[in-house]
Design a protein around this ligand. Structure first.
Ligand code: FES
Length: 183
């Protein structure tokens, strides 16, 4: 599994969430906190709220969210690392999670994965040079009977073929080798 967690050590020591998060973000996170007995339980929700606004969770945002939730930043970072749809590095406009679990693996994951990497000119865990597409792997997406499958910006795409991959890339504006070379 490749995720977009952070590999470098965090250097920020302390941050006041009010200097980083917007009022809209703070209000939305407080709303989520009210649904739980412990503020820390709203960690994933809080990061999703901030990620919706900013597309990824910077160190600064991570510290701000931990401050708002009154929880250790290391604990929040652990949650972010475990949940591979929280991005701790900048991501492209289009995020593709290709399932690499057993059913998809047996149904042409190596072929589909190699084709995606070749068309995008990147490896798993990278973003295309134009910043348009981030390519990641993912554990089972829950549609094994329609393997191979991927998730594109939250939407499932099932029964993948080379042709359907090329169509997806064309739809999001990536020129494939077939259509005249990568954008
Ligand atoms: S193994 Fe890929 S969707 Fe389940």
């Amino acid at each position: 599994m490749s995720d977009f967690s952070l590999t470098d050590p965090i250097v920020i020591q302390q941050i006041d969430y009010r200097t980083v998060l917007s009022k809209t973000e703070i209000d939305a996170i407080e709303h989520e906190c009210a649904l739980y007995e412990e503020r820390a339980a709203a960690g994933i929700d809080a990061m999703q709220i901030v990620q919706r606004e900013r597309r990824w969770i910077s160190d600064e945002c991570l510290y701000a969210i931990a401050d708002l939730l009154q929880m250790p930043v290391v604990q929040l970072e652990g949650v972010a690392t475990f949940y591979n749809h929280i991005y701790r590095q900048p991501v492209g406009e289009h995020i593709i999670h290709l399932c690499d679990s057993i059913s998809c693996w047996l149904h042409d994951f190596p072929l589909i994965g190699a084709h995606l990497k070749q068309q995008l000119g990147i490896e798993f865990g990278q973003t295309s040079a134009d910043g348009k597409v981030t390519l990641l792997t993912n554990v089972c997406l829950g549609c094994c009977d329609k393997a191979p499958a991927l998730m594109h910006n939250g939407d499932l795409v099932e029964n993948l073929t080379i042709e359907s991959i090329d169509q997806l890339l064309a739809d999001i504006g990536v020129k494939t080798a077939k259509s005249g070379g990568k954008a």
